[in-house]
Design a binder for this molecule. Structure first.
Ligand code: NAP
Length: 299
């Protein structure tokens, strides 16, 4: 339970509604800022304007997955006026307060550090990344189906990277009957790919793997699908780049060669906002409850 915790939510998208619901269910005292146009009224939550008083009383400040932009502006699809965090807000924040977000930009990292506030970024946690790989893979499959004229079953697919998304992607493609090759650089990853019944190859040998490939799924956030690699692909190859912006594919060269290459960021929030919200809600409620236990333990 989160009884006695004052959680303030600033902005967000449909995913945040699941988190708010969970916090109310767990008896937190919930304040919503930047939710003016939200149609459903949450019983047990209070809508307010951003003010110093609210921040002073907050134990857990919950920002959207993308945190703030480089000027401290917090996006909200539920409000037409932007909410902006400035130095005067950080100055009054209680030093025991914790700021939670998905992935912070330099503005939020720098301000949290300058004002000695604890910042927790949840997207890179293993548990969240593994749960999130499920809607990510479903979204990638959807894009493959929409952008090819062949079935995934029987297609030749390459997955680049055997991290949290790469494992789920390769496993799902295999289960659907694709011929799956996976490129990785670590010997233990190559061994795991073999153990999974897939075809491993060293990333350095990527050029030799692509001359009959139908679909390439990249999960490596570094430039790996270079012009030299793209030049050896058949014209019908589809490239789906799942890695974070700017991705790992030379899009300019792919376009020049007439090969369809798609950057596919933020799939969980697009294809399954409710599930993506529930994943965040489960983790955040656990983290805030641990924060409360730590505080009680040290007082
Ligand atoms: P991860 O677990 O860290 O896996 C990353 C993979 O990339 C690992 O196999 C890693 O191999 C490899 N890698 C990293 N740098 C490399 C380099 N310089 N050369 C060769 N291999 C390299 O990350 P993840 O959770 O799977 O996420 C993968 C990417 O997808 C990230 O950019 C993440 O932000 C993004 N993502 C996108 C979506 C979406 O909706 N599109 C959703 C979730 C995640 P090593 O172990 O050898 O380093």
């Amino acid at each position: 339970m989160l009884t006695g915790i004052h959680a303030t939510f600033i902005g967000g998208d449909a995913r945040q509604l699941e988190v708010i619901k969970k916090f109310i269910e767990l008896d937190a005292s919930v304040t919503l800022i930047g939710f003016d146009n939200l149609e459903s009224n949450f019983i047990g939550a209070t809508k307010k304007e951003l003010s110093l008083d609210v921040l002073q009383e907050t134990d857990a400040l919950i920002l959207p997955i993308v945190g703030t932009d480089d000027e401290g502006v917090v996006e909200s699809i539920f409000c037409s006026k932007p909410v902006q965090l400035t130095d005067k807000h950080f100055e009054v924040m209680n030093k025991n307060m914790v700021i939670y977000t998905g992935m912070a930009k330099p503005f939020l990292r720098d301000h949290s550090q300058a004002y000695q506030l604890q910042l927790v970024e949840i997207l890179d946690r293993d548990d969240v990344a593994i749960y999130n790989s499920i809607p990510t893979v479903e979204g990638a499959l959807m894009m493959a189906i929409q952008n090819t004229d062949i079935t995934i079953h029987g297609s030749t697919c390459i997955v680049l990277g055997l991290g949290r998304v790469g494992i789920s992607m390769a496993r799902a493609l295999h289960a659907l009957g694709a011929h799956v090759r996976v490129g990785a650089r670590k010997p233990e990853h190559l061994a795991r790919i073999y153990e999974m019944g897939l075809s491993p190859f060293e990333l350095d040998d990527l050029a030799e793997q692509v001359d009959d490939v139908d679909i390439v799924y990249n999960t490596i956030p570094k430039m790996v699908v270079t012009p030299q690699i793209i030049a050896r692909m058949p014209h019908h190859t589809l490239i789906i780049d799942l890695a974070s912006k700017p991705g790992g594919v030379d899009f300019r060269y792919a376009e020049k060669r007439g090969i369809k290459a798609l950057l596919a960021p933020g799939l969980p929030g697009i294809v399954a906002p409710k599930t993506a919200g529930q994943i965040i809600a489960k983790t955040l409620s656990r983290l805030v409850s641990e924060q409360m236990a730590d505080r009680e333990g040290s007082s």
